[in-house]
Structure formats: C-alpha cells, structure tokens
Design a binder for this molecule. Structure first.
Ligand SMILES: [Cu+2]
Length: 204
C-alpha cells in the first residue's frame, strides 16, 4: 500500500469516528398553545447513559438578594452541591424531597460541607426564613442533557448512537407524571424533534 493511499484511509477513518461521536439532537419544547418554553431540562436516558454518568465539580446554588441563583440547577447524579450565602442576612436552606432531605441551619458564608445528590430525581429547596425563596436541584441519571433557550430550543451534542428515552422536565409542570417519556433512536445523523408539554402552572 502506498503512503498516499494510507493517508487517505486514515483520514477517512478519523472522519467517520468523529461523525459517530457527533450525532446531535435538537429539541424544541413548546407548551399547550404551541408557544416556546424556555428553561426546560431536556435529557436522554438509557442503561448506557446511566453507566456514563460522572459527577461535575463546583456545582453551586448561591443565595443573593434573598434569591437562589440559579433557581434550577441541573447536575449528573453523584454531584456535590455547595450553597454559598452572599447575603449579609442568614439563610436556612432545606429540602423535604425524597431524593435528598437535608437542612443547612442558619448560616452566613459558605457552609463547609457540600450536599451530595447521589440519587436521581428532583429536589425542591426552600429557606426557613424567607418563604419566597425556592429552587430546584435536578439530578439526572445521564450525562446527556441541556436547557431550552428563549426560542424553546435545546441542543444535545456528542450523544453516542443508541436507543434512548427522551424526557423533558420543567419547574412549572404540575407533577412527575407529566414529564414526557418518548422513545428515540440516536443515529449518526443530526436530528430534530418537538416535545409539547402538558399544562404548566407557575409556582411564583
Ligand atoms: Cu433565606
């Protein structure tokens, strides 16, 4: 085999291997009336996705001006979350949610120990002092997730080919049963789909 042919074959091999990793999915999230829904958490679940989960570093929800920032934190299961208080008033962060009941009693500054979210699911957080403070930790059993933008568009890149369940969570969904569960096949080619959410009911 001559060198030129070998070079061409190697280039083709590299090209195809990068294509197989780069299969992307674009999802538009819309509401009952067909309007774009921003801030939805779009994710792909499968046994292989679960096995690929790795915690991320430096996940945090800051308290500033008596508000949780961000109000929705999306993390892979197994991630530890810090709760620094940047206000001068004290906060008392807690959750009664099944995946991680906890409380961090009245404090200022950053509590030394982060809270480990080792199970997947959604935890609703509040502050014992300020009733209007609310946040959600969405701990996912997959590394393949993204948030929808103002146009309701979310993009999932670098998803390995395979069979997945496409799910879309939003903080204004009434309950867990309303989270769609759609079978989807991810192949070598980029694809697009639309997910319509049932009735949304804003908490605040
Ligand atoms: Cu507070």
């Amino acid at each position: 085999m001559n060198l030129k042919l070998l070079t061409i074959l190697l280039t083709l091999a590299l090209l195809f291997s990068s294509v197989s990793l780069a299969a992307g999915l674009q999802v538009q999230v819309i509401d009952e009336q067909g309007k774009p829904v921003a801030g939805a958490v779009v994710f792909l679940e499968s046994a292989a996705a679960s096995a690929a989960v790795k915690p991320v570093d430096d996940a945090r929800i800051v308290q500033k001006d008596k508000t949780f920032i961000p109000d929705v934190l999306v993390i892979p299961r197994g991630t530890a979350v810090y709760f620094p208080n940047e206000d001068t008033v004290r906060h008392h962060v807690y959750s009664f949610s099944a995946i991680k009941p906890f409380e961090i009693k009245l404090y200022v500054g950053t509590p030394a120990a982060p809270v480990l979210f080792d199970q997947s699911g959604v935890a609703v957080l509040g502050c014992n002092i300020h009733d209007e403070m609310i946040a959600w930790v969405v701990a996912l059993d997959t590394p393949y997730y993204s948030r929808s933008d103002q146009q309701g568009i979310s993009r999932l890149e670098q998803v390995p080919a395979g069979s997945y369940t496409l799910r879309v969570w939003h903080k204004d969904l009434l309950n867990e049963q309303d989270v769609p569960r759609l079978a989807i096949e991810i192949g070598q080619q980029p694809q697009q789909t639309t997910v319509q959410l049932p009735k949304l009911a804003p908490v605040f």
